[in-house]
Design a protein around this ligand. Structure first.
Ligand code: MSP
Length: 529
């Protein structure tokens, strides 16, 4: 009856990769969630209804082995880890709407429905497989994975030769279709160079069919194949499916119809197709080759865009627990605050290339851009308004309105294009302009000259209003700081709507609060005793 109403309510659906739980959450995991959160918050701030999904990838050999080593049942082991990972996500101020775990019944049921459907439709076949298998990577290796000296890279861990019967998913037949699809949908893979890599791969290689099972005698920690319970689902088929299993379990009408599951619950939120699926560069092949073909076979449309980010290194080297060369996001957040961390990772690295974390670089940005830039602007703007006008906002003046409009327009345009780093650069255009305005107009001098009282009113208004608008523009990036700016301006609302970035929001006569340092400096030597 209310079909039309539902048609109009497709939500903006964003996903991240789901993390392997049997490791410590690190900078790379944090980064992916933060950039996706910035996109999610930006969309909400523009008025969209958003659904943001992240989660945990809990099946597989490594988890089974690790649980065994700790003398725990695999589920119990995963429950403990998932709690840690969820706390990690929450600590980053990430606003995911749900958290999917591949061991949840709601996920497993839909995976089985997908497998049954594809099996009935003849998409799978059984064949022997012989190969070199890396237990660490949970994958069969190919000749191409050998180093020039003939050995497999030690990063693959133990490599054993295996022959076993398995089920395969027919990929080959779809190769040309996928090439055509990617070429006719230039925005499907972002950034451009990743799209070209995928096309190059597809044009120069013949796709091998994808092995989707493991014998349960070797691996029991997985989802049983509904048509042959002596096998479990191979981790990638299981893991990739999460992007549709969760919406289907919630009753997404498109998915429920296509997958023939969840009958009777068609009234759930309309999520699929995903608007953005954010992943790291190492898992592009799974998402840009296997995943689209899986969806095509399911009879489900493809996501609108895959957003592929680069990898972080530390001090120019791969992060590695064994050498101790890691960035512990929680330690940084506890020491410097969550917004300093969120700001740094987005400002330092555009979505696409690889990045390099250095502690010195972090501290330099913190002091120059957050403490001296934004923090100082707010502090002096509010202090002067308190000192010279008892905190009472003067009549509106629009000297900096154009600069504020420019920062807003540029930053929103950049966010739409996944250029989050550029968005911050544009916003800092306003921070720097307003700080420069203080230096140029020198309100502290004007305050001594009663003849300049009207001019001082103008300057004080422009500064306070710029700070207010900055809070709105910064909401997707550093929401805690935005809220603090609003609180110091004594505004009772949350700066979470783009429409509030219109110049003139502060009204004459409003009384602001008192300033408090947003980002205390931390590089001053301790006072001499
Ligand atoms: N479980 C699979 C993904 C399945 S998605 C259906 C997996 N998990 S992971 O924990 O290894 O990685 C999760 C995400 O973190 C991936 O997108 C990966 O690229 C990203 N990162 C892992 N290390 C990273 C860096 N050093 N830097 C940036 N991101 C990195 O793969």
């Amino acid at each position: 009856m209310d079909q039309t109403v539902r048609c109009m309510s497709k939500r903006f659906y964003l996903t991240t990769a789901i993390d392997y739980v049997n490791g410590q959450p690190h900078l790379g995991h944090a980064y992916e969630k933060i950039i996706t959160d910035v996109m999610a918050r930006a969309q909400r701030s523009a008025g969209a209804e958003v659904f943001f999904l992240t989660g945990a990838d809990e099946h597989g050999q490594k988890v089974q082995q690790a649980a065994h080593a700790e003398g725990k049942a695999a589920q119990e082991y995963c429950d403990g880890l998932a709690a840690t990972w969820q706390a990690f996500v929450a600590r980053l101020d990430v606003t995911n709407d749900d958290y999917v775990r591949t061991t949840q019944p709601r996920h497993k049921e839909v995976v089985q429905a997908i497998l049954s459907k594809l099996y009935v439709e003849g998409q799978f076949y059984k064949a022997p497989y012989r190969g070199f298998y890396s237990t660490k990577e949970e994958t069969f290796l190919t000749e191409k994975d050998r180093r020039p000296d003939g050995n497999f890279d030690p990063s693959y861990g133990d490599v054993v030769e295996l022959v076993e019967e398995n089920y395969y998913f027919k990929l080959k037949d779809h190769q040309q279709w996928l090439i055509d699809y990617i070429e006719s949908h230039p925005d499907f893979i972002f950034p451009e160079n990743r799209k070209n890599e995928v096309l190059g791969f597809l044009k120069n290689n013949t796709l091998e069919d994808l092995c989707i099972s493991r014998p349960s005698s070797r691996l029991s920690w997985g989802i049983p194949l509904p048509f042959d319970p002596t096998y479990v689902t191979y981790v990638w088929f299981d893991a990739l499916s999460n992007y549709v299993t969760l919406p289907a379990a919630l009753g997404d009408p498109l998915l429920c119809k296509a997958l023939g599951c969840g009958a009777g619950k068609l009234a759930g939120p309309e999520l699929w197709p995903a608007d953005k699926q954010v992943i790291g560069k190492d898992i592009v092949k799974f998402h840009a080759v296997y995943w689209p073909i899986m969806l095509k076979a399911m009879g489900v449309p493809l996501p609108k865009q895959l957003v592929v980010h680069g990898w972080w290194q530390k001090d120019g080297q791969k992060m590695s627990k064994s050498t101790g060369n890691v960035v512990d996001p929680m330690a940084v957040v506890n020491e410097w605050g969550v917004d300093a961390f969120r700001y740094y990772v987005v400002r330092e690295l555009a979505i696409g290339p690889d990045g390099n974390w250095t502690d010195a670089g972090f501290s330099a940005r913190y002091h120059a851009e957050l403490a001296n830039g934004l923090g100082n602007l707010l502090n002096r703007s509010l202090s002067m308004l308190n000192r010279y006008r008892k905190g009472v906002v003067p009549q509106p003046s629009s000297e900096l309105a154009k600069d504020a409009e420019k920062a807003a327009a540029e930053s929103w345009a950049a966010i739409e294009k996944n250029e989050l780093q550029d968005a911050l650069v544009s916003i800092w255009g306003l921070v720097n302009r307003a700080n420069q305005y203080v230096d140029q107009t020198a309100p502290f001098k004007m305050a001594k000259d009663p003849a300049q009282s009207a001019r001082l009113d103008e300057v004080l208004y422009n500064l306070a209003e710029s700070c207010r608008i900055l809070a709105v523009l910064l909401w997707p990036f550093i929401p805690g700081t935005s809220a603090r700016i609003y609180a110091q301006l004594n505004l009772k609302t949350t700066p979470d709507k783009r429409t509030e970035a219109q110049w003139g929001g502060l009204v004459a006569g409003h009384v602001i609060g008192s300033p408090e340092a947003l980002f205390p400096r931390r590089d001053q030597p301790a006072a001499a005793k």
